[in-house]
Write a protein that binds this ligand. Structure first.
Ligand code: NAG
Ligand code: NAG
Ligand code: NAG
Ligand code: NAG
Ligand code: NAG
Ligand code: NAG
Length: 217
């Protein structure tokens, strides 16, 4: 199944870009997150985007791995600047978007009844500071979710510790996520190298290529 391969691919991308384990200890999504900006078709994991391209609020779409993955209930959408590859994430992240109580309607993430803590604020990394990784995550938000008081009101962009927030507020697991890069001007910092993810070599791709039951797309 393409969704299965897509999930393995995004997991490999998170590993490759060092998002796992520096930002997330683990990343085991049960759905694919498709993020698109007006004027950019679906953003590929790790795609390089310009500051202009990322200005509008993106649209988010969810494709569950299978029918037993629930898209009912509420979700928290979080986008953080995880800095350049190799950045120390233990000191927290810049919060570019934080919205509680989003829902999924016909695969689209909708914010009709959401509580926006930090409105989507488009990336603007400092010139010369390298390619910053902007990570967008969708967390399950159980009824017992209780945000810390200092993160329960509308706030501008600021720093927080994503993991501490998720843990202390009782958020559920990450159901889906993706990331892209934005860089301004030539980098004056040295960034650790990453290698490309070859989808055709992922276990699921090999599995479906060798299976007559699942035709490849
Ligand atoms: C993004 O740009 C950097 C150079 O700044 C390049 O090394 C990298 O391969 C590009 N990534 C993608 C996915 O095109
Ligand atoms: C393949 O993925 C789609 C998208 O989530 C899903 O609806 C479908 O049930 C999956 N098919 C199989 C055979 O698992
Ligand atoms: C659906 O996906 C979930 C999450 O990966 C998995 O735990 C479950 O076994 C799958 N169910 C089916 C029927 O394939
Ligand atoms: C928003 O809340 C109203 C009132 O509870 C409800 O009727 C509506 O279905 C909700 N919309 C979404 C998209 O969750
Ligand atoms: C919350 O944010 C979403 C997405 O950025 C936006 O569509 C919605 O209008 C915002 N809601 C409020 C009450 O500002
Ligand atoms: C999560 O929170 C609990 C209690 O609030 C704490 O004991 C635990 O160390 C925290 N875990 C992480 C990974 O921060």
């Amino acid at each position: 199944n393409d969704t299965h391969v897509g999930i393995e691919a995004i997991q490999a991308h998170f590993q490759n870009a060092g998002i796992v384990p520096s930002l997330l200890r683990q990343f085991t999504p049960t759905a694919l997150l498709s993020l698109s900006y007006d004027g950019v078709s679906v953003v590929q994991p790790g795609q390089n985007l310009t500051t202009d391209a990322v200005k509008p609020v993106p649209q988010l779409q969810i494709t569950p791995l299978n029918s037993s993955v629930s898209v009912a209930g509420r979700f928290t959408v979080a986008m953080v600047d995880a800095g350049i590859v190799g950045a120390d994430e233990s000191k927290g992240q810049t919060r570019h978007w934080l919205s509680n109580g989003a829902t999924i309607s016909g695969n689209k993430i909708v914010f009709t009844n959401a509580t926006n803590i930090t409105d989507y604020t488009s990336p603007l990394p400092a010139k010369g500071s390298g390619a910053h990784r902007y990570v967008v995550l969708v967390y399950a938000q159980p009824p017992s979710f209780a945000p810390p008081v200092d993160l329960a009101v509308a706030l501008p962009v600021g720093t927080y510790d994503l993991n501490q927030y998720a843990n202390s507020s009782g958020l559920g697991g990450i159901i889906a996520g993706t990331y892209y890069d934005v860089q301004q001007g030539p980098s004056t910092v040295s960034v650790s190298a990453t290698s490309p993810v070859l989808t055709s070599t992922l276990p699921g791709a090999i599995l479906s290529a060798s299976s007559t039951a699942s035709p490849s797309a």
